[in-house]
Design a binder for this molecule. Sequence first.
Ligand code: AMP
Length: 220
Amino acid sequence: MITLALSKGRIFDETLPLLQAAGIEVLEDPEKSRKLILPTNRADVRVVLVRASDVPTYVENGGADLGITGKDTLIEHGSQNLYQPLDLQIAKCRISVAVRNDFDYAFAVRQGARLRVATKYVAIARDFFATKGVHVDLIKLYGSMELAPLTGLSDAIVDLVSTGNTLRANNLVEVERIMDISSRLVVNQASLKLKQAPIRELIDAFSGAVAAREAAQSKA
Ligand code: AMP
């Protein structure tokens, strides 16, 4: 049995075409079903639904053979024991610093002010501001980061940005782009040895589908 760990939403939706390219069809819709283990048309392949931030833990410890999650999650988790064979180029976004429209970020940085930064991405934020030489007090949040500068909890946030609509709707502005993010395939190292043929087959099918999509996009 091959177990693939996915999170619901964008990653699940954008993985379906990749699975299709490998001849795999998920037989239940996670938005309609309460099941956490979803069967596929292949008796030897199943999908388990976990939180995006739990995907590295599941795969690292053998709860799943493979998983798909964002580069942001992998950096925060510090996944050294995971084999990462493929950037799937899905769920693309960026991780950025944002502040209130009326906060002069450049001035605060020039002044050497100590910034209060709210984020779920503490490791990424710490590393970014340390490299920049800016002193920060990091405030760990688990969601709705956009609220922090609006309520006075923080001066800035570090969060994922895709269209920028969420920032605009909350009178926030992106002031630094830290890095581009996309989702990666991760594989348990023991599974790769023990189930080499089916896992290789899956990696190759995914890789072919990613290359075909990139080629089609560059032509368009
Ligand atoms: P947007 O309004 O399109 O800029 O999206 C921003 C909101 O969606 C923020 O709350 C982000 O945390 C979340 N978001 C954007 N891209 C992703 C992604 N690839 N994975 C998970 N969350 C995301």
